[in-house]
Design a protein around this ligand. Structure first.
Ligand SMILES: [Zn+2]
Length: 415
Protein backbone atom coordinates (compact mmCIF):
# COMPACT_ATOMS: atom_id res chain seq x y z
CA UNK A 1 0.00 0.00 0.00
CA UNK A 2 2.81 2.39 0.89
CA UNK A 3 4.32 1.55 -2.48
CA UNK A 4 1.14 2.43 -4.31
CA UNK A 5 1.07 5.79 -2.53
CA UNK A 6 4.68 6.44 -3.47
CA UNK A 7 3.85 5.53 -7.03
CA UNK A 8 0.95 7.98 -7.00
CA UNK A 9 3.24 10.72 -5.71
CA UNK A 10 5.76 10.10 -8.47
CA UNK A 11 3.27 10.02 -11.30
CA UNK A 12 2.19 13.19 -13.07
CA UNK A 13 -1.38 14.09 -12.09
CA UNK A 14 -2.75 13.33 -15.56
CA UNK A 15 -1.65 9.71 -15.12
CA UNK A 16 -2.86 9.48 -11.54
CA UNK A 17 -6.26 10.70 -12.63
CA UNK A 18 -6.58 7.65 -14.85
CA UNK A 19 -5.71 5.27 -12.03
CA UNK A 20 -8.28 2.74 -10.94
CA UNK A 21 -8.53 2.21 -7.21
CA UNK A 22 -10.62 0.04 -4.93
CA UNK A 23 -11.27 1.46 -1.45
CA UNK A 24 -12.08 -1.11 1.24
CA UNK A 25 -13.39 0.49 4.46
CA UNK A 26 -15.50 -1.24 7.11
CA UNK A 27 -18.60 0.66 5.98
CA UNK A 28 -19.70 3.31 3.53
CA UNK A 29 -21.98 6.25 4.31
CA UNK A 30 -23.34 7.03 0.86
CA UNK A 31 -24.65 10.48 1.81
CA UNK A 32 -27.97 9.10 3.00
CA UNK A 33 -27.54 5.64 4.56
CA UNK A 34 -24.80 3.57 6.20
CA UNK A 35 -23.80 0.31 4.48
CA UNK A 36 -21.55 -2.21 6.25
CA UNK A 37 -19.17 -4.17 4.04
CA UNK A 38 -19.40 -1.92 1.00
CA UNK A 39 -16.43 -1.00 -1.19
CA UNK A 40 -15.91 1.82 -3.67
CA UNK A 41 -14.17 1.64 -7.05
CA UNK A 42 -12.62 4.84 -8.42
CA UNK A 43 -11.67 5.43 -12.02
CA UNK A 44 -9.79 8.66 -12.67
CA UNK A 45 -11.55 11.54 -10.95
CA UNK A 46 -14.90 9.78 -10.60
CA UNK A 47 -16.60 7.03 -8.65
CA UNK A 48 -17.10 4.04 -10.94
CA UNK A 49 -18.90 1.55 -8.72
CA UNK A 50 -20.08 1.16 -5.14
CA UNK A 51 -21.69 -1.72 -3.30
CA UNK A 52 -21.06 -4.97 -1.37
CA UNK A 53 -17.49 -6.25 -1.89
CA UNK A 54 -18.81 -9.27 -3.80
CA UNK A 55 -20.54 -7.06 -6.38
CA UNK A 56 -17.69 -4.67 -7.23
CA UNK A 57 -14.84 -5.82 -9.47
CA UNK A 58 -11.28 -5.53 -8.15
CA UNK A 59 -9.76 -6.25 -11.56
CA UNK A 60 -6.85 -3.98 -12.47
CA UNK A 61 -7.49 -1.81 -9.43
CA UNK A 62 -4.96 -0.69 -6.83
CA UNK A 63 -6.36 -1.81 -3.48
CA UNK A 64 -6.49 0.69 -0.62
CA UNK A 65 -7.23 -1.13 2.61
CA UNK A 66 -9.14 1.13 5.01
CA UNK A 67 -9.89 -1.39 7.75
CA UNK A 68 -11.49 0.18 10.81
CA UNK A 69 -12.81 3.19 8.93
CA UNK A 70 -16.04 4.66 7.64
CA UNK A 71 -15.87 6.06 4.11
CA UNK A 72 -18.02 9.13 3.45
CA UNK A 73 -18.54 11.62 0.65
CA UNK A 74 -16.06 14.48 1.00
CA UNK A 75 -17.59 16.75 3.64
CA UNK A 76 -19.08 20.07 2.52
CA UNK A 77 -18.55 23.11 4.74
CA UNK A 78 -21.65 25.27 4.36
CA UNK A 79 -20.35 28.53 5.81
CA UNK A 80 -16.69 29.47 5.81
CA UNK A 81 -14.59 32.62 5.48
CA UNK A 82 -11.17 31.43 4.33
CA UNK A 83 -9.98 35.06 4.42
CA UNK A 84 -10.70 35.42 8.14
CA UNK A 85 -8.88 33.94 11.12
CA UNK A 86 -10.15 33.54 14.71
CA UNK A 87 -11.24 36.76 16.43
CA UNK A 88 -9.34 35.88 19.62
CA UNK A 89 -6.17 36.17 17.52
CA UNK A 90 -7.13 39.44 15.82
CA UNK A 91 -10.48 41.23 16.06
CA UNK A 92 -12.67 41.31 12.96
CA UNK A 93 -12.29 45.12 12.79
CA UNK A 94 -8.50 44.89 12.79
CA UNK A 95 -8.48 42.12 10.18
CA UNK A 96 -10.59 44.30 7.86
CA UNK A 97 -8.79 47.60 8.54
CA UNK A 98 -5.19 46.79 9.45
CA UNK A 99 -4.19 43.56 7.73
CA UNK A 100 -2.78 43.78 4.22
CA UNK A 101 -4.51 41.88 1.46
CA UNK A 102 -1.32 39.91 0.78
CA UNK A 103 -1.16 38.84 4.42
CA UNK A 104 -4.80 37.78 4.35
CA UNK A 105 -4.40 35.79 1.14
CA UNK A 106 -1.22 34.11 2.38
CA UNK A 107 -3.12 33.02 5.49
CA UNK A 108 -6.06 31.88 3.38
CA UNK A 109 -3.88 29.47 1.42
CA UNK A 110 -2.96 27.76 4.70
CA UNK A 111 -6.63 27.78 5.77
CA UNK A 112 -7.56 26.09 2.50
CA UNK A 113 -5.06 23.29 3.06
CA UNK A 114 -6.16 22.73 6.67
CA UNK A 115 -9.79 22.57 5.57
CA UNK A 116 -9.06 19.96 2.91
CA UNK A 117 -6.96 17.80 5.22
CA UNK A 118 -9.80 17.85 7.77
CA UNK A 119 -11.90 16.03 5.17
CA UNK A 120 -13.85 19.02 3.86
CA UNK A 121 -13.46 18.79 0.08
CA UNK A 122 -15.90 21.64 -0.67
CA UNK A 123 -16.57 24.95 1.06
CA UNK A 124 -19.27 27.52 0.47
CA UNK A 125 -17.21 30.59 1.35
CA UNK A 126 -19.60 33.35 2.36
CA UNK A 127 -17.76 36.60 1.94
CA UNK A 128 -14.23 37.97 1.84
CA UNK A 129 -14.95 40.56 4.60
CA UNK A 130 -13.07 43.44 3.09
CA UNK A 131 -10.73 41.43 0.86
CA UNK A 132 -12.69 42.28 -2.30
CA UNK A 133 -12.58 39.46 -4.86
CA UNK A 134 -9.66 37.52 -3.38
CA UNK A 135 -11.84 34.43 -2.92
CA UNK A 136 -12.02 34.15 -6.72
CA UNK A 137 -8.24 34.02 -7.10
CA UNK A 138 -7.99 31.55 -4.22
CA UNK A 139 -10.53 29.30 -5.93
CA UNK A 140 -8.58 29.52 -9.19
CA UNK A 141 -5.29 28.69 -7.45
CA UNK A 142 -6.91 25.56 -5.99
CA UNK A 143 -8.59 24.53 -9.25
CA UNK A 144 -5.30 24.99 -11.12
CA UNK A 145 -3.60 22.82 -8.49
CA UNK A 146 -1.18 25.56 -7.48
CA UNK A 147 -2.19 25.08 -3.84
CA UNK A 148 -4.09 22.24 -2.12
CA UNK A 149 -7.57 23.17 -0.96
CA UNK A 150 -11.25 22.39 -1.16
CA UNK A 151 -13.48 23.11 -4.12
CA UNK A 152 -14.96 26.55 -3.48
CA UNK A 153 -18.37 28.13 -3.95
CA UNK A 154 -17.69 31.87 -3.64
CA UNK A 155 -19.80 34.99 -3.15
CA UNK A 156 -17.05 37.66 -3.36
CA UNK A 157 -17.77 40.84 -1.36
CA UNK A 158 -21.39 40.25 -0.19
CA UNK A 159 -24.03 43.02 -0.22
CA UNK A 160 -25.06 45.29 2.62
CA UNK A 161 -27.46 48.21 2.96
CA UNK A 162 -25.59 51.49 3.35
CA UNK A 163 -24.55 52.20 6.90
CA UNK A 164 -25.56 48.84 8.27
CA UNK A 165 -22.33 46.88 8.50
CA UNK A 166 -18.89 47.41 10.02
CA UNK A 167 -16.30 48.25 11.08
CA UNK A 168 -18.36 50.74 13.08
CA UNK A 169 -18.05 52.93 16.14
CA UNK A 170 -16.08 55.75 14.51
CA UNK A 171 -17.10 59.39 14.52
CA UNK A 172 -19.89 60.17 12.05
CA UNK A 173 -17.54 62.44 10.08
CA UNK A 174 -15.15 59.60 9.30
CA UNK A 175 -15.68 57.15 6.44
CA UNK A 176 -14.24 53.72 7.20
CA UNK A 177 -13.79 50.95 4.60
CA UNK A 178 -16.49 48.32 5.07
CA UNK A 179 -16.38 44.53 5.24
CA UNK A 180 -18.84 44.18 2.34
CA UNK A 181 -20.25 46.20 -0.58
CA UNK A 182 -22.84 48.88 0.16
CA UNK A 183 -25.66 49.20 -2.37
CA UNK A 184 -29.26 50.36 -2.15
CA UNK A 185 -32.26 50.82 -4.36
CA UNK A 186 -33.20 49.61 -7.79
CA UNK A 187 -30.35 50.55 -10.14
CA UNK A 188 -27.48 50.33 -7.69
CA UNK A 189 -28.50 46.88 -6.46
CA UNK A 190 -28.86 45.52 -9.98
CA UNK A 191 -25.43 46.87 -10.87
CA UNK A 192 -23.82 45.51 -7.69
CA UNK A 193 -25.25 42.00 -8.15
CA UNK A 194 -24.17 41.90 -11.79
CA UNK A 195 -20.70 43.24 -10.97
CA UNK A 196 -20.14 40.56 -8.34
CA UNK A 197 -21.33 37.86 -10.75
CA UNK A 198 -19.03 39.26 -13.43
CA UNK A 199 -16.08 39.10 -11.03
CA UNK A 200 -16.75 35.43 -10.27
CA UNK A 201 -19.52 35.09 -7.65
CA UNK A 202 -21.21 31.66 -7.72
CA UNK A 203 -23.97 32.97 -5.43
CA UNK A 204 -24.94 36.32 -3.90
CA UNK A 205 -24.70 36.87 -0.13
CA UNK A 206 -26.76 39.61 1.47
CA UNK A 207 -27.15 40.85 5.03
CA UNK A 208 -30.88 41.03 5.75
CA UNK A 209 -30.29 42.45 9.21
CA UNK A 210 -27.43 43.69 11.35
CA UNK A 211 -26.56 45.70 14.43
CA UNK A 212 -26.45 49.23 13.02
CA UNK A 213 -26.41 52.81 14.17
CA UNK A 214 -26.22 53.36 17.90
CA UNK A 215 -28.64 50.52 18.71
CA UNK A 216 -27.03 47.40 20.11
CA UNK A 217 -29.52 44.89 18.67
CA UNK A 218 -29.84 43.74 15.09
CA UNK A 219 -32.52 45.30 12.89
CA UNK A 220 -33.68 44.56 9.33
CA UNK A 221 -31.69 46.34 6.62
CA UNK A 222 -32.91 45.86 3.04
CA UNK A 223 -36.63 46.26 2.32
CA UNK A 224 -38.56 43.27 1.05
CA UNK A 225 -38.69 44.84 -2.43
CA UNK A 226 -34.91 45.30 -2.47
CA UNK A 227 -34.41 41.66 -1.48
CA UNK A 228 -36.84 40.46 -4.14
CA UNK A 229 -34.94 42.49 -6.73
CA UNK A 230 -31.59 41.00 -5.67
CA UNK A 231 -33.05 37.48 -5.89
CA UNK A 232 -34.60 38.18 -9.32
CA UNK A 233 -31.35 39.52 -10.78
CA UNK A 234 -29.22 36.72 -9.29
CA UNK A 235 -31.68 34.00 -10.27
CA UNK A 236 -31.92 35.21 -13.86
CA UNK A 237 -28.20 34.36 -14.13
CA UNK A 238 -28.74 30.92 -12.56
CA UNK A 239 -27.44 31.89 -9.12
CA UNK A 240 -29.04 31.72 -5.71
CA UNK A 241 -29.05 34.21 -2.86
CA UNK A 242 -27.80 33.48 0.66
CA UNK A 243 -29.11 35.65 3.50
CA UNK A 244 -27.43 36.49 6.77
CA UNK A 245 -30.38 36.95 9.12
CA UNK A 246 -30.65 36.63 12.87
CA UNK A 247 -33.88 38.56 13.60
CA UNK A 248 -37.34 37.15 12.95
CA UNK A 249 -38.22 40.05 10.62
CA UNK A 250 -34.94 39.82 8.70
CA UNK A 251 -35.54 36.08 8.29
CA UNK A 252 -39.15 36.66 7.19
CA UNK A 253 -38.12 39.11 4.45
CA UNK A 254 -35.30 36.82 3.26
CA UNK A 255 -37.67 33.84 3.05
CA UNK A 256 -40.45 35.76 1.27
CA UNK A 257 -37.94 37.26 -1.18
CA UNK A 258 -36.82 33.78 -2.24
CA UNK A 259 -33.39 33.54 -0.61
CA UNK A 260 -32.28 29.90 -0.60
CA UNK A 261 -30.60 29.74 2.79
CA UNK A 262 -30.81 31.73 6.00
CA UNK A 263 -27.50 31.94 7.86
CA UNK A 264 -27.59 31.97 11.70
CA UNK A 265 -31.37 32.38 12.29
CA UNK A 266 -30.82 32.88 16.02
CA UNK A 267 -34.11 34.65 16.81
CA UNK A 268 -36.33 32.52 14.61
CA UNK A 269 -39.78 31.61 15.93
CA UNK A 270 -42.03 28.59 15.30
CA UNK A 271 -43.98 30.76 12.81
CA UNK A 272 -40.82 31.76 10.94
CA UNK A 273 -39.56 28.17 10.81
CA UNK A 274 -42.97 27.05 9.52
CA UNK A 275 -42.60 29.68 6.78
CA UNK A 276 -39.12 28.36 5.95
CA UNK A 277 -40.49 24.83 5.69
CA UNK A 278 -43.36 26.01 3.46
CA UNK A 279 -41.06 27.98 1.13
CA UNK A 280 -38.26 25.40 1.08
CA UNK A 281 -35.72 27.78 2.63
CA UNK A 282 -32.83 25.99 4.34
CA UNK A 283 -31.27 27.02 7.66
CA UNK A 284 -27.51 27.11 8.18
CA UNK A 285 -27.40 27.44 11.99
CA UNK A 286 -23.69 28.26 12.59
CA UNK A 287 -23.82 26.89 16.15
CA UNK A 288 -20.03 26.81 16.51
CA UNK A 289 -19.65 30.54 15.82
CA UNK A 290 -21.85 31.49 18.79
CA UNK A 291 -20.04 28.96 20.96
CA UNK A 292 -16.66 30.42 19.95
CA UNK A 293 -17.63 34.09 20.35
CA UNK A 294 -19.08 33.42 23.81
CA UNK A 295 -15.76 31.90 24.85
CA UNK A 296 -13.82 34.85 23.39
CA UNK A 297 -15.98 37.07 25.63
CA UNK A 298 -14.86 35.16 28.70
CA UNK A 299 -17.27 32.24 29.07
CA UNK A 300 -15.44 29.21 30.45
CA UNK A 301 -17.17 26.29 28.80
CA UNK A 302 -17.67 23.37 31.14
CA UNK A 303 -17.16 25.55 34.23
CA UNK A 304 -19.46 28.60 33.93
CA UNK A 305 -23.20 28.23 33.31
CA UNK A 306 -24.10 28.48 29.62
CA UNK A 307 -24.70 32.10 28.51
CA UNK A 308 -28.36 33.02 27.91
CA UNK A 309 -27.65 33.63 24.22
CA UNK A 310 -26.60 30.00 23.73
CA UNK A 311 -29.57 28.69 25.72
CA UNK A 312 -31.85 30.64 23.36
CA UNK A 313 -30.00 29.24 20.36
CA UNK A 314 -30.61 25.70 21.61
CA UNK A 315 -34.35 26.48 21.79
CA UNK A 316 -34.64 28.03 18.32
CA UNK A 317 -32.53 25.27 16.73
CA UNK A 318 -34.89 22.74 18.30
CA UNK A 319 -37.87 24.67 16.89
CA UNK A 320 -36.31 24.56 13.41
CA UNK A 321 -35.82 20.79 13.70
CA UNK A 322 -39.39 20.31 14.93
CA UNK A 323 -40.72 22.37 12.00
CA UNK A 324 -38.89 20.05 9.58
CA UNK A 325 -36.72 22.84 8.14
CA UNK A 326 -33.90 21.63 5.88
CA UNK A 327 -30.71 22.02 7.92
CA UNK A 328 -27.40 22.77 6.24
CA UNK A 329 -24.12 22.17 8.05
CA UNK A 330 -22.00 25.30 8.28
CA UNK A 331 -20.14 26.68 11.25
CA UNK A 332 -18.99 30.17 10.15
CA UNK A 333 -15.42 28.88 10.14
CA UNK A 334 -12.93 31.71 10.32
CA UNK A 335 -14.62 32.96 13.49
CA UNK A 336 -12.90 29.83 14.84
CA UNK A 337 -9.99 27.86 13.37
CA UNK A 338 -10.02 26.52 9.82
CA UNK A 339 -9.54 22.77 9.97
CA UNK A 340 -11.72 22.66 13.10
CA UNK A 341 -14.83 22.46 10.88
CA UNK A 342 -15.97 19.29 12.70
CA UNK A 343 -16.83 21.48 15.67
CA UNK A 344 -20.14 22.41 14.01
CA UNK A 345 -21.08 18.77 13.37
CA UNK A 346 -20.37 17.89 17.01
CA UNK A 347 -22.46 20.84 18.19
CA UNK A 348 -25.38 19.91 15.95
CA UNK A 349 -25.46 16.54 17.74
CA UNK A 350 -25.03 18.26 21.12
CA UNK A 351 -27.96 20.57 20.30
CA UNK A 352 -30.26 17.63 19.58
CA UNK A 353 -29.84 16.48 15.97
CA UNK A 354 -29.40 12.77 15.20
CA UNK A 355 -25.80 11.96 14.13
CA UNK A 356 -26.91 10.34 10.86
CA UNK A 357 -28.94 13.48 10.03
CA UNK A 358 -25.88 15.62 10.75
CA UNK A 359 -23.82 13.49 8.35
CA UNK A 360 -26.56 13.92 5.74
CA UNK A 361 -26.50 17.69 6.25
CA UNK A 362 -22.73 17.83 5.75
CA UNK A 363 -22.90 15.80 2.52
CA UNK A 364 -26.04 15.20 0.43
CA UNK A 365 -28.18 17.98 1.93
CA UNK A 366 -25.51 20.66 1.51
CA UNK A 367 -24.87 19.40 -2.04
CA UNK A 368 -28.57 19.60 -2.91
CA UNK A 369 -29.13 23.03 -1.35
CA UNK A 370 -25.97 24.46 -2.97
CA UNK A 371 -26.84 22.95 -6.40
CA UNK A 372 -23.76 20.70 -6.45
CA UNK A 373 -25.19 17.69 -8.28
CA UNK A 374 -21.74 16.22 -8.98
CA UNK A 375 -20.89 15.51 -5.32
CA UNK A 376 -22.23 14.93 -1.80
CA UNK A 377 -22.99 11.24 -2.34
CA UNK A 378 -21.04 8.04 -2.97
CA UNK A 379 -22.61 7.07 -6.24
CA UNK A 380 -21.28 5.97 -9.66
CA UNK A 381 -20.56 8.92 -11.96
CA UNK A 382 -20.05 11.46 -9.16
CA UNK A 383 -16.72 13.07 -8.31
CA UNK A 384 -14.38 10.88 -6.28
CA UNK A 385 -14.37 13.32 -3.36
CA UNK A 386 -14.12 10.97 -0.39
CA UNK A 387 -12.97 10.90 3.22
CA UNK A 388 -12.26 7.91 5.46
CA UNK A 389 -12.41 8.36 9.24
CA UNK A 390 -11.51 5.97 12.05
CA UNK A 391 -14.54 4.35 13.66
CA UNK A 392 -18.17 5.22 13.00
CA UNK A 393 -19.25 8.89 13.24
CA UNK A 394 -22.93 7.86 13.22
CA UNK A 395 -22.23 6.32 16.65
CA UNK A 396 -19.83 8.97 18.01
CA UNK A 397 -19.44 12.19 16.01
CA UNK A 398 -15.93 12.78 17.40
CA UNK A 399 -14.80 10.05 14.95
CA UNK A 400 -15.22 12.58 12.15
CA UNK A 401 -12.00 14.22 13.39
CA UNK A 402 -9.96 11.00 13.00
CA UNK A 403 -9.28 11.44 9.30
CA UNK A 404 -7.27 8.65 7.70
CA UNK A 405 -7.77 9.41 4.01
CA UNK A 406 -8.78 12.45 1.99
CA UNK A 407 -9.39 12.15 -1.74
CA UNK A 408 -10.52 14.94 -4.05
CA UNK A 409 -11.26 14.19 -7.68
CA UNK A 410 -9.58 10.78 -7.33
CA UNK A 411 -6.38 12.36 -6.09
CA UNK A 412 -5.14 11.42 -2.61
CA UNK A 413 -4.23 14.39 -0.39
CA UNK A 414 -3.92 12.56 2.90
CA UNK A 415 -3.30 8.94 3.73
ZN1 LIG B 1 -20.17 34.29 8.18
Amino acid sequence: MKRLYLLLLLLPYSLVAQTTLLLRPDRVFDGETMHAGWVVRINGEKIEAVGPASSVSATNAGIIDLKGTTLLPGLIEGHSHLLLHPYNETSWDDQVLKESRSLRVARATVHAQKTLLAGFTTVRDLGTEGADYDDVGLKQAINQQIIPGPRMVVVTRALIATGSYGPKGYGPDISVPQGAEEADGHDALIRAVRTQIGKGADAIKIYADYRWGLMAEAHPTFTLDELKLIVEVARSSGRGVVAHASTAEGMRRAILAGCETVEHGDAGTPEIFALMKKNGTALCPTLAAGDAVSQYRGWKKGQDPEPARLGEKRITFRQALDAGVTICAGGDVGVFSHGDNARELEMMVNYGMKPLDVLRSATSVNADVFHLADRGRVRPGLLADLVAVEGDPSQAMAAIRQVRLVMKGGKIYKQ
